[in-house]
Design a protein around this ligand. Structure first.
Ligand code: WTA
Length: 641
């Protein structure tokens, strides 16, 4: 397979970019031809940002799994699609060829059908990083069921909220998951999530850890039994391989929940055609993937990075994607380098938080590891600081691998602003230039476009790209309000950015009330709601503060009335509450009990002030004269209760 749409020089990039702006339909129509469609589209793009509406390849029919699997079988059937490295390095590696992937995905798709799943049904997937997770995701796509993967670090309550929002009737999970020296009891968590739930009909449970689990008659079934039965159907009923459901380009492919600045997480919806074209195009261009290369993305499939750049993007172009079950620091901090050496990895895609945490272990973990196979490095998820960038460049890439700093979001489906490895210029800490098809603009607080270079503002996008979110599940108005109403006729990203003298973009971080903790998006409102559920908490306010490893830490100011309790212990109780309500990833790093919160006369909490105090910048809290009670600021600064 070769990639006719792979850009090879800066000149080619500039040309492609220009074409994508002048004639987006021609541009994306040409690229989309290189995929397998059951029926061609009538119109490349219909859109407006007022409803909002974005329809790509309308009238086109396809199944994304035929593009990710079937079409590679003839020429690359025996090539590895997924190489799986288990949590424990002593355990057996699994190599899933495209032939094998085809067999397993069809088999699991049949299992889903046997259990009553139909096109359009929502299937919640809560699993660790095992190949069966890939089979589950692709099995859903095969029959047109909408998958909603929930990251294994979320709590029962978070799963319950997502099940409820998506009205999901099916769950695929495992008895447990291995992560470093921990075993996570996934099925137990799911069982807790189902207390009071009336919609879920079937749970398919894969056996990974052999933790004892409760299996309810009529509701819970074992993955292994179901797969075995599906296999015998081939003989008994003559089911050859589960045929791919023919989908409209705009049929939903999946829902993925993500945090915003208000309320509960939103279910971002992506559809089949545009998502496929966009993830494939960006994968091939940003990483400059060459057929046969080994590509390793360290993300979890529970996040968008795993959806787009472990599964759909790489598989749609016949790549070999390495999937790792464990964590970077177990059994020791050399684990990534062991993996690179063991499989001769060519492309490594990870997050700044992982780099920063590994930096803390010094250079010893590199001893004896051969990293010479590496050709391209990538980062994603949060702004990368200069020090981490240089460390990555020097010690991992040995100064001979381009680093792609890829900016994008759950809502964008794929990479939006990034250099193309070795093709367009890079600059430390800068995502640099937009991909073809992406038209970024910076706007000031009045919504006016900031033109020229050497400027900063809020980052918006002017026109749709094939991966743009289509809606938020079950609530289109929420989608409009969140992304398309702040600035008329623009998609608002929630990020701030600056554009340097050459027009390169640097993303400076969220400008809304969304935190980015270790590359995970968490809404301050969500954490506050969880804290407020703890007995004795009167009110709370949560802000982010700079954290050397996590990027941002969570700082919670809490008005607490449970005065007779030991205060230090109460802080631990509050942390436990947050862990129970959202999940361990949202636990506050610091809790400060306060008498009052700085509020304006209209009752709005002035987070700007709280942020300054959390940063330790006590001198620069700014104007506090508009506060209802300016004295609270001094009390908070002094830690007075
Ligand atoms: C942040 C992850 C700076 C940003 C793919 C965005 C980044 C949020 C970068 C989306 C980057 C992602 N440089 N910031 N290269 N990549 N971000 O939805 O704030 O989990 O809005 O998607 O991560 O997080 P999400």
């Amino acid at each position: 397979m070769s990639y006719p749409y792979q850009l090879k020089t800066f000149e080619e990039y500039k040309e492609a970019y220009q074409k994508s702006v002048d004639d987006p339909e021609g541009f994306w129509g040409d690229i989309a031809q290189h995929f397998y469609w059951r029926q061609p589209w009538n119109k490349v793009l219909n859109w407006n940002f007022t409803e909002p509406k974005a329809e790509w390849f309308a009238g086109g029919k396809l199944n994304i799994t035929e593009n990710c699997i079937d079409r590679h079988l003839e020429t690359m059937g025996e090539q590895p699609a997924i190489i799986w490295e288990p949590n424990n390095p002593e355990d057996r590696v699994r190599v899933v060829t495209y032939n094998r992937l085809h067999k397993r995905v069809c088999q699991f798709a049949q299992v889903l059908k046997n259990n009553g799943v139909k096109k359009g049904d929502r299937v919640c997937i809560y699993m660790g990083m095992v190949p069966e997770l890939a089979y589950a995701v692709l099995g859903c796509a095969r029959i047109g069921a909408i998958h909603s993967v929930v990251f294994g670090g979320f709590s029962a309550q978070s799963i319950a909220n997502r099940l409820e929002d998506a009205q999901a009737q099916y769950i695929v999970t495992a008895d447990g998951a291995y992560r470093g020296d921990k075993v996570i009891p996934l099925k137990d968590v799911v069982d807790d999530a189902l207390i009071g739930n009336k919609t879920v009909k079937k749970i398919i449970v894969y056996t990974r850890t052999r933790l004892p689990v409760s299996m309810l008659k009529g509701r819970d079934v074992w993955w292994e039994d179901e797969m075995e039965y599906a296999e015998t159907q081939v003989e008994k009923e003559g089911v050859v391989s589960c045929p791919a459901e023919v989908m409209d380009a705009e049929d939903p492919l999946f829902i993925l929940y993500t945090s915003g600045s208000t309320g509960k997480p939103k279910g971002v919806v992506h559809t089949c055609g545009g998502y496929m074209v966009y993830t494939a195009y960006t994968f091939v261009n940003v990483f400059q993937y060459q057929p046969g290369q080994i590509y390793f993305c360290t993300a979890d499939i529970g996040w968008i990075t795993g959806h787009s750049y472990i599964l759909y993007g790489p598989l749609s172009v016949g790549a070999t994607s390495l999937m790792f079950e464990g964590v970077p620091t177990w059994p020791d901090a050399g684990r990534f380098w062991d993996i690179v050496d063991k499989f001769k990895v060519n492309i490594l895609y990870t997050a700044p938080t992982a780099i920063r945490s590994l930096m803390g272990f010094g250079l010893q973990p590199f001893d004896g590891k051969d990293l010479s196979s590496l050709k391209v490095l990538g980062t994603v998820g949060e702004p990368i600081n200069e020090e981490a960038w240089h460390w990555y460049d020097e010690h991992v890439g040995k100064k001979r691998c381009p680093i792609v700093d890829t900016w994008w979001q759950t809502e964008t489906a794929g990479i939006m602003i990034s250099n193309l490895a070795g093709v367009t210029p890079s600059k430390p800490t800068f995502a640099t230039l937009p991909l073809p098809g992406v038209q970024p603009v910076l706007v000031d607080e009045n919504g006016n476009e900031v033109e020229g270079n050497n400027v900063s503002g809020n980052l918006c996008i002017k026109a749709p790209w094939p991966g743009i979110l289509r809606t938020t599940y079950g609530d289109h108005e929420r989608c409009r309000l969140n992304y398309f109403s702040t600035y008329p006729n623009l998609y608002f990203t929630g990020d701030g950015a600056l554009r340097d003298e050459t027009g390169f973009y640097r993303i400076t971080g969220r400008v809304d009330d969304v935190l980015n903790v270790s590359g995970h998006r968490i809404g301050t409102a969500e954490v506050e709601n969880a804290i407020n559920m703890h007995a004795g908490v009167v009110e709370s306010a949560v802000v982010g503060y700079p954290h050397t490893i996590k990027g941002q830490g969570i700082y919670a100011y809490v008005i607490f009335s449970g005065g007779s309790h030991d205060l230090e212990l109460s802080k631990k109780d509050i942390t436990a509450t947050v862990s129970r309500i959202i999940g361990p990833i949202a636990k506050p790093d610091k809790i400060q009990f306060v008498k009052g919160l700085p509020k304006t006369r209209s009752g709005k909490i002035m987070r700007r002030i709280l942020r300054k105090i959390a940063e330790g910048d006590l001198q620069n809290v700014g104007d506090i004269t508009t506060l209802l009670d300016p004295a609270v600021v001094e009390d908070i600064k002094n830690g007075r209760l």
